[in-house]
Write a protein that binds this ligand. Structure first.
Ligand SMILES: [Zn+2]
Length: 286
C-alpha cells in the first residue's frame, strides 16, 4: 500500500488548527499577547505581519465567508435613501484610496451602538448609531476612510496569519470543502479575533483616512472633530461607545498625529464639510 504523506500532513494541520482554535477560545485571546511569546517570537511575528501574503481573490473569498456569517448575526438597515448615500460616499472614497482595485461593499447595520468596522475583502459596516452620532459629513467620511484604511493595510489578514499561520489559513481558504472555512470564520467571530487592531494598525488607518478624505475633496478636519464628538458622547452616554472604544481606543496620540498630518497637507480650497444629502439622511433617521 502506498503511504500518502499529504494525508498525514493534512491530518496534522487539522489537529493543530483545532487545538490552537480551542486554546484561543478557551483562554480568550485577550490573554494572548505577542509580548507573552518572548522577544524572539515577537520579532518573527512582526516580520510576518508586514508580508503581503494573500492574493486579492483569496482575501475576497475569506471576506465573503465572514460577510455571509455576519449577515446571519445582524439586522441591516434597508432605507434606500440612507444605504445609497453611505454606498455613494464609500465608493467616492474608495476611488481615491490606496487599494481601489478590489470591490467594496458598504452595509448599514440597524444598531444604536456607535460603531463601524471592516472585514477583509472590502466589506465595510456602518452602524446606524454612528450616523446618528457624527455631526458633519466630513466626520463620517473620516470614519469610512479609516475603515477603508484597515482594508488597505490588510490588518485583519495579517493578524489572523500571526495567529493561525499562513499555510493553514491558505489551505482552508482554498479547500473545496467550504465547511472548514465556515467553521473557522464562525470561531474567529465568536472569539472576537477579527477586530483586534494594534496601535500601529490604528495609526496607519488614521493616516490613510486623513489622506483619503483630503484627496476626495472632503475636509480632513472631520478627523479632529470626530474625536471631539466621541469625547463629548463618552461623557454623555459611555455605553453607546463601548464597542467602538474597545476596538478603536482614542489615545491622545491619535488626535495629535491626525492634527500634525492635517497641518502638513497643502492648503486646498473648496474642501467640503457637509452636503445636502448628508443633512437629508440625518433628518431621515431622526
Ligand atoms: Zn480602526
Amino acid at each position: 500500500m502506498k503511504y500518502d504523506c499529504s494525508q498525514s500532513v493534512k491530518a496534522f494541520r487539522h489537529a493543530f488548527l483545532s487545538i490552537w482554535t480551542a486554546f484561543i477560545l478557551t483562554f480568550n485571546v485577550g490573554c494572548f499577547s505577542l509580548n507573552s511569546m518572548g522577544q524572539i517570537g515577537s520579532s518573527v511575528l512582526e516580520e510576518i505581519s508586514d508580508i503581503n501574503i494573500f492574493t486579492d481573490e483569496e482575501e475576497l473569498k475569506f471576506g465573503q465567508a465572514f460577510a455571509e456569517q455576519h449577515a446571519r448575526e445582524v439586522k441591516f438597515y434597508t432605507d434606500p435613501i440612507v444605504t445609497n448615500y453611505i454606498n455613494n460616499l464609500g465608493q467616492e472614497l474608495v476611488k481615491r484610496s490606496k487599494r481601489n482595485n478590489i470591490p467594496y461593499t458598504f452595509n448599514v447595520v440597524d444598531s444604536k451602538e456607535i460603531n463601524a468596522y471592516a472585514v477583509p475583502g472590502g466589506f465595510i459596516y456602518i452602524n446606524l448609531g454612528l450616523i446618528h452620532a457624527v455631526e458633519t459629513e466630513s466626520e463620517l467620511a473620516f470614519v469610512i476612510g479609516h475603515e477603508i484604511g484597515h482594508i488597505v493595510g490588510q490588518h485583519s489578514m495579517k493578524r489572523l496569519t500571526q495567529i493561525y499561520g499562513l499555510e493553514i489559513l491558505k489551505q482552508i481558504i482554498l479547500d473545496e470543502d467550504s465547511n472548514k472555512l465556515t467553521k473557522l470564520v464562525a470561531d474567529i467571530l465568536a472569539a472576537g479575533l477579527l477586530f483586534r487592531y494594534s496601535r500601529d494598525n490604528e495609526r496607519e488607518s488614521d493616516f490613510y483616512g486623513v489622506n483619503n478624505v483630503y484627496d476626495t475633496g472632503i475636509s480632513p478636519e472631520g478627523g479632529i472633530s470626530f474625536f471631539e464628538t466621541l469625547q463629548k458622547l463618552q461623557r454623555r452616554k459611555p455605553t453607546a461607545l463601548e464597542k467602538l472604544i474597545s476596538t478603536h481606543p482614542i489615545h491622545s496620540e491619535r488626535i495629535t498625529n491626525v492634527r500634525n498630518q492635517i497641518n502638513e497637507l497643502p492648503k486646498k480650497s473648496g474642501l467640503r464639510t457637509n452636503s445636502s444629502r448628508f443633512k437629508q439622511v440625518k433628518r431621515r433617521i431622526r
